[in-house]
Design a protein around this ligand. Structure first.
Ligand code: ATP
Length: 305
């Protein structure tokens, strides 16, 4: 089932076209990541989905409901914005109780769910501490707890990892996977491509208001340029490595530095399978070292595509 369906969506701020003919679907029980450089249009898209902005053209449906006609779908989404306010004098638990009342929650149900979501985000021991004593990462977790409180089926998270240290990012990502596995759908934006690679079922790359690639983390680079980067750790230097480009004409660039083999490959059908078979058959001891998402980063964010 499609939880979000975006068709021919455009958004103008005055004369400036921030989103240009976007088409995207988010299926249930998936984590879909929106990535792109500053100013690409990520927050604009998220605000449109949450009906905080109106489209200039096109349509958005959430749970089959047109977001410009009926906003009751909002009761079933949890939205974490870029700069949400925290009431510093509240304790974490009282903050959740306060927001729970907006969703008509009260009594034992609110108490029980409040404790459960604090546990989910790893803040149970701090439930009676004032928010003013929280680090940025702890506030980010509390924001996530707030999104989960009314048990929505769809979470929409704008930069949920901003300001977190690497451990905090990894932790939040693991929580998101657990939440997805519990039956929820998650749509999130982030600059954290490596984490997105690990966590997302689908990645949508946006630049200058246009979707320039959409697919699984594994297929997306090929979508962009038909080229893939491989980084392979060689256990030892083998002279057969020098022959790789002759054997595989798809390899357009090859370099070896300190036992790390870098390849830039024009992807063809079965290249990966044939290449790995060749390494194994020639007893070249190796392990794949990095994610292909690193290559996406350099192509989309650093080069002018
Ligand atoms: P970032 O990663 O920096 O948060 P983003 O991908 O979320 O960026 P948006 O905030 O959606 O990008 O902005 C997309 C474009 O629209 C930018 O060029 C921005 O300057 C412009 N923009 C956003 N909000 C407004 C506004 N209220 N009025 C005019 N232009 C705006």
């Amino acid at each position: 089932m499609n939880v979000v369906e975006i068709k021919n969506l455009s958004k103008k701020y005055g004369d400036f076209l921030a989103l240009d003919n976007i088409n995207l679907t988010v299926e249930s029980h998936q984590i879909v990541g929106l990535v792109g450089p500053n100013g690409a249009g990520k927050t604009t898209m998220i605000k449109l989905i949450c009906s905080m902005l109106l489209p200039t053209n096109g349509s958005i449906k959430v749970f089959g409901q047109d977001v410009t006609k009926d906003v009751t779908y909002k009761e079933n989404i949890g939205y974490l914005g870029e700069n949400i306010g925290y009431y510093e004098n509240f304790t974490a638990y009282n903050y959740l109780r306060f927001f729970g009342t907006f969703y008509r929650m009260n009594g034992e149900k609110l108490k029980k769910t409040g404790i459960e979501v604090l546990k989910t985000v790893g803040l149970l021991n701090q439930s009676n501490s004032k928010i003013s004593t929280f680090s940025r990462g702890m506030k980010q977790r509390l924001g996530l707890a707030r999104c989960l409180l009314h048990e929505p089926d769809l979470l929409i998270l704008d930069e949920p990892m901003s300001g977190l240290d690497p451990t905090g990012k990894k932790d939040i990502m693991e929580k998101l996977i657990d939440i997805r596995d519990s039956g929820k759908t998650i749509f999130l934006s982030s600059h954290e491509l490596r984490y997105m690679d690990d966590v997302c079922d689908q990645i949508c790359v946006i630049k200058n208001g246009k979707i320039i690639a959409h697919g699984t983390p594994d297929t997306i680079l090929t979508d962009i340029k038909g080229m893939s980067n491989y980084v392979i750790l060689l256990k030892s230097r083998d002279k057969k490595i020098d022959e790789l480009q002759r054997v595989f004409p798809e390899i357009r660039e090859l370099s070896v530095k300190q036992n790390i083999l870098h390849l830039r490959v024009k992807e063809t059908k079965d290249f990966e399978k044939k290449f790995l078979t060749y390494l194994l058959q020639n007893n070249i001891d190796f392990s794949i070292k990095t994610h292909k998402i690193d290559a996406i980063y350099s192509q989309i964010f650093e080069e002018k595509t």
